[in-house]
Each structure stands twice: as structure tokens, then as C-alpha cells.
Design a protein around this ligand. Sequence first.
Ligand SMILES: Cc1cc2nc3c(=O)[nH]c(=O)nc-3n(C[C@H](O)[C@H](O)[C@H](O)COP(=O)(O)O)c2cc1C
Ligand code: SF4
Length: 452
Amino acid sequence: MARQILLEHISEPGIDTFEVYRKKGGYSAVEKALKTMSPEQVVEEVKTSGLRGRGGAGFPTGMKWSFLAKPEGVPRYLVCNADESEPGTFKDRYLMTRKPHILIEGMIVSSYALGANTSYIYVRGEMMPQIRILERAIAEAKANGFLGKNILGSGYDLEIYVHPGGGAYICGEETALLESLEGKRGNPRIKPPFPAVAGLYNRPTVVNNVESIAATVPIINDGGAEYAKLGIGRSTGTKLISAGGNVAKPGVYEIELGLPVEEFIYSDEYCGGIANGKRLKAVVAGGSSVPILPANLILKTIEGEARLMSYESLAEGGFQSGTMMGSGGFIAFDEDQCIVRNTWNFTRFYHHESCGQCSPCREGTGWMDKVLYNIEHGLGKYSDIDLLVNVAKNIEGNTICPLGDAAAWPVASAIRHFRDEFEWHVSNPDESMTRNFGLAHYADELSPVVKD
Ligand SMILES: Cc1cc2nc3c(=O)[nH]c(=O)nc-3n(C[C@H](O)[C@H](O)[C@H](O)COP(=O)(O)O)c2cc1C
Ligand code: SF4
């Protein structure tokens, strides 16, 4: 059994309560940090751990913390990003539901390190059960002296508030989240200034993902150097992966970074293979925003090396033949799935969720949505395929926030690796919506990939 750090004791009855969590050693990181460490030492420990943000971008957490403008007096804020709206991603809600106190404990340790006396957990508005669970956990922590004034007699004060999100995917983008938290429409801000300089209410702010904040608990308990021993290279520690699509055993798994993708998909300890004995066709490894890869390229790099679940290995080959770790939303497609239909589905989502501030994103997502609709419904032309590539290229890198890239990459990568399916739809309009796609790209029929 792989080492469980964040999910340790996850099946213990009552682990969502303060009493059981505490009995299992919970809140010892708060005790250690507040009683024996300075805030700077906590920051150093997180830097040593090599922890990288688990919300999608993989930016080193300790480095992000050290960018926070030096306090010229409070307030400064920690905001936990619990919006989790990326299609295919459901790890944060699982952790918050089953083990909410690890997030509260991580919030206390992280807020202490950053010198924040007020912190927020911005939870996706639709997740009412999780909002209630977190509010109960905060009340329990406060009743037991871990929140409020003079925590454990250390002189440090902290209040944590749960804020229901605005109900839009874009509210997960950190600056849109801050706008929304301030009571405004969740439109991304132009950066700079970055939140570390001017964030919530124009004050220095760190926004971190649920899993990043929770990971500070084992880092403080065991030390950053111990945490850094787990994983591979610059991908240290463990990562929560939410596995879905056509895997035999969908669910949330904690993996040590560096696990071979093949083992993750086929081992009984994790996904247990592809459901109903079907063959793997493609994988979206890190939530809907990352490039899709055909089975051959998710299992092996173009050089024939085993592909690993790490930031570097998944990205090996760049966008020609690689992808990204993203938010850890791992979606497997079996041999019957239609890539065109899926690409249209993702694109409809981005079109709907574009906030509309930038023309390339606002117009481009709509354009791609319409063209993909046509191809999927047997109304497409061959020239539409290159048109899609062109529109995607013109969105990428030309927008205020990364939602534009997130909309462009699935389309560009689907055409890069599965152009034959797009062409098939154009040349077979009558069967366009009904046919299953057992064409190529299976794990056991490694299709050649052109390197350009
Ligand atoms: C459209 C969009 C949606 C996002 N949604 C989330 C989200 O739900 N949760 C999250 O942690 N990060 C999300 N992010 C990334 C955040 O902007 C930010 O990078 C992250 O919260 C930083 O935390 P980390 O450094 O701990 O990963 C999103 C980004 C974009 C562009
Ligand atoms: S890229 Fe899209 S979602 Fe992001 S700011 Fe521009 S229009 Fe809004």
C-alpha cells in the first residue's frame, strides 16, 4: 500500500470530528509551529519540502509565500481556494468532506507563517455540504482553543471564515476569486500587481489550493526534508488524484509522485484498469484544461521512457507529445469514446464560463463551440479543422487569465493527436453522431506520432 499522508486515517469512523482527528495526532503541527517555531522557520520548512501548488500551476508554495510583501502592519490574508470547478477534478471536496480538520490545521499553520490574523476558505457555492462541514470544524477548533485569540497561549490570533463561491468556474482563478470575495463579479484582474503585493482589499495576500494548505501539516510534523524524500526530482511529496471517466475504479487516490502512469491506471491498488475489459484510448491527465494524450503517449514518452505521474514527466515532449499534471483530475477514455464529441463538450463549458473581458476568449470560445457543434453533428467541412487550430492558436497567450489557454489546449491537442476522427466526422456526416470510435491509438497498438 502506498504511503498515505493526506488520506491517513481517512476511513476511521468520526475522523471528520475534532475529537477523533485529535486522538489520531491531529493539531500537533499547530502545537509544534506555534510553540517551537517562528513564522520564518515555518516558511523555510515549506521551502525545504519542495511543495508545489496543487491547484494547477504547480508553483512552489514556499517561494510564493516569500513573495508576500513585508508587513507594514496587518492586515494580510491567506485565502484558501476551494472552488474546485475544473471538470474531472474532485479531490478537494473529498478531503474537505472526509477530513476537514486537516485543512483547518493547515490553515492555522500557514496563516501563522504568513502573519495573517484573518483567513478565508472560498468554497464553490454549489458545495453546501462541504461548507457546513467546514463551519462545524472551525467551530470545534475554536471551542478547543485552536482558533480565536491567543491560540495555545502563543499570543497569535486567528479567525477563519468560510465564504460560498459565486457559482462560476472563473471564480477559481485567483484574482477573480478575490474580486468575488470582495463582493464583486468574479472577473480576473490584470496582473501585475500580483496578490502577494495587492490582493484581498488591496492588501498582501496568498491564495493557495486546499491540498497545498493541507500538505503543510505533514511538512511541519515530519519536517520539510522528510517530505522532500518522497516523490521524484522537483516533484516532491504525494498528490491527490481524482480518477474518473472509464477507469474500473473511479475515486480519489493519494499517490507518491513519480508513480508510473501505467501502474496508476492498471494496478488494483489504484484505477484497476479500464472498465468492462475495454482498451484505453486516451487520457486527460490533469483536468479538462490540459492537453489530451492518446494511450501510447500517456503510457510512454516519445523517447519510449515510461511516463510517470510527476510534473516533469507528464510535460516531457512539450505540447507536441506531452501534457500537464494540472489539478490532478485524471480522465480516462476507453476505445468507444468519441474525441470530437468530448472536445465539443469541453469547449461548450469554456464558452459558457468565459467571463467575456478579453475578445480572443469571449469570441474564440464561442467560435470553436459552433464549429465543433457542426463537425459533431455532420455539418462540418474539412477546412473547419484547420480553422479550429487557427482560432485556438489565436486565443493562446492573448488573454488576461489562463482560461483562454485552458479553452485552446484541449482543442489543439485533440486535433494534433486525433485528426483522423475529425476528418471521419466530416466525411461521414450521416453517421457522425452515432458511431463509436474503435479506430486507433490503443495502448497495444502504438500509433506512430509525428514529431514536428
Ligand atoms: C479558470 C481557472 C480556474 C481555476 N480554478 C481553481 C480551483 O478551483 N482551485 C484552485 O486551487 N485553483 C484554481 N485555479 C488556479 C488558481 O488561479 C491559483 O493558481 C491556485 O489557487 C493557487 O494555489 P496553489 O499555488 O496552491 O496551487 C484556477 C485557475 C484558472 C485560470
Ligand atoms: S481569458 Fe476569458 S475568462 Fe479569463 S479574463 Fe479573459 S475573457 Fe475572462
